[in-house]
Design a protein around this ligand. Structure first.
Ligand code: ATP
Length: 232
């Protein structure tokens, strides 16, 4: 489902010829369809950069990112929105709009994709149901607890039924009990075939969950890396 083939990323910073140091250095890994993996590493190791390359929020300096058989470097601009619909994204601060209802927050990606109101309504209710928030459509996210807000963020990420779900520190602001609940939700999506990749610092949680672990250290993948030459 996901393949990184010798991917490096160097951000261009003003004043430094050729840019600063590499945020990612020759990263090679694969995630099979339906796999669940954690991505860890120290602050600044390159976790967010790796996720951003999959969402096309950044482009690699070298190497190739292939998602669902598609080399992202070869996507035409008109195909980019279609790619983004395949990748659900959950952020730590969930980025909800507090001047809109729960329904409107979850419906946002569907409006962008041009669904009819009836189909959008059906999908929003299904997404809210999948995170245990059916019946909360009319509430404002500000009235909800931190855990519930994060569930709204997850409902929004899955409303397009993406085959790939990425999360960047999704439990960063939650206590251990709520974190575990959120992780169980991710597991349920995996059980229906979604590929899940979660960047987190929460080592205790990772150890309890026991999924595959990819580890970045200063931009290099020190666990989970496929060896050079595997791709021929
Ligand atoms: N837009 C940017 N411009 C320049 N440098 C950047 C940019 N984004 C990230 N970096 C640098 O790239 C490196 C990797 O950053 P990244 O945010 O991917 O790490 P991270 O592992 O997600 O860290 P954290 O756990 O703190 O979120 C860091 O050295 C960071 O300073």
């Amino acid at each position: 489902m996901v393949r990184f083939d010798r991917v490096s990323k160097r951000y261009s910073s003003p004043g430094t010829q050729g840019g600063g140091k590499e945020a990612l250095s020759s990263v090679n890994f694969e995630l099979q369809r339906g796999e669940f993996a954690f991505l860890t590493g120290h602050s600044g190791a390159g976790k967010s950069t790796l996720l951003k390359l999959m969402m096309l929020m950044e482009r690699p300096s070298r190497g190739q990112v292939i998602i669902d058989g598609q080399n992202l470097a070869r996507l035409r601009p008109s195909q980019v929105p279609f790619h983004r619909r395949k990748v659900g994204v959950v952020f730590q601060n969930h980025q909800l709009l507090f001047d809109r209802s729960v329904f409107d927050n979850v419906a946002l990606p569907l409006q962008i994709a041009g669904f009819t109101p009836a189909e959008a309504g059906r999908r929003v209710r299904a997404a809210l149901d999948s995170v245990g928030l059916l019946g909360m459509e009319k509430r404002n996210p500000i009235e909800l607890s931190g855990g519930e807000q994060q569930r709204v963020g997850i409902a929004r990420a899955v409303v397009n039924k993406p085959p790939l779900l990425l999360a960047d520190e999704p439990t960063g602001n939650l206590d251990p009990e709520l974190s575990e609940e959120i992780m169980k939700l991710f597991t349920r999506f995996q059980q229906v075939g979604v590929t899940v990749l979660i960047a987190t610092h929460d080592i205790a949680l990772i150890e309890r969950m026991g999924h595959r672990r990819l580890i970045l250290d200063q931009g290099s993948m020190v666990q989970g890396q496929l060896q050079e030459g595997v791709y021929g």
